[in-house]
Design a protein around this ligand. Structure first.
Ligand code: HEC
Length: 176
């Protein structure tokens, strides 16, 4: 090899070396950045985990008996289902519609005196209002049929039942 070739070879190798060095440097730099970026979105980061869990959180879940979450859920449900107890007293008409209408409207179930019917009610009214009140509360086995205590609605107060009796009597057109 001539001296000239030698020099060319040397500077060629130097250039090649620099080039390779630069390429390796660039690759290394890019890889480092990539690692950093990956670290930023690392899946095992608890914050990232929490964010993902929140995003894919199911809308509802099925709780089985024995599930500790069930008790907590039940407590919430009870709180929602049991509103402040409201002291509701039904009027005579309301009680009649809820508890008496079933038998005492046309045609009169089991021989029940139909509301507003003079023939059916007049002899009963003549017994006196106290007896009618008593029987509507306690129940009554008469000649035509059986009148269940409070019309079967034992949840009603005595006052609600008697006001229903008064309401039924008011519907009898006695003036005519
Ligand atoms: C399941 C049917 C039924 C329901 C519900 C019912 N009754 Fe009666 N009721 C009867 C029958 C039947 C008689 C007639 C009994 C007889 O005289 O033999 C009667 C009779 C009566 C009498 C007349 C009692 C007498 O001494 O003549 C009154 C008052 C009365 N009911 C009030 C009510 C009131 C108030 C309600 C609602 C809270 C009600 N009933 C709901 C069946 C019912």
């Amino acid at each position: 090899m001539s001296t000239r070739d030698h020099r060319f070879f040397d500077s060629f190798m130097l250039a090649l070396g620099i080039f390779v060095g630069v390429v390796v440097g660039v690759v290394f730099f890019v890889r480092m950045n990539a690692f950093e970026a990956r670290d930023q979105f690392a899946l095992d980061d608890p914050e990232v985990q929490a964010a993902i869990a929140e995003r894919i959180r199911p809308v509802g879940s099925v709780l089985l008996i024995g599930d500790p979450e069930l008790e907590a859920a039940a407590a919430v449900t009870v709180a929602i289902a049991a509103p402040e107890p409201v002291d509701t007293v039904l009027t005579g008409a309301q009680t009649y519609n809820e508890a008496c209408y079933l038998c005492h409207s046309e045609p009169g179930v089991g021989g029940a005196p139909v509301i507003g019917n003079v023939e059916a009610w007049l002899p009963r009214i003549e017994q006196g209002i106290e007896i009618l009140h008593e029987r509507s509360i306690a129940g009554y086995q008469g000649e035509v049929g059986f009148m269940p205590a409070k019309g079967g609605r034992v949840d009603l107060s005595d006052a609600e039942v008697t006001s229903a009796v008064d309401y039924m009597i008011e519907q009898v057109p006695l003036a005519e």
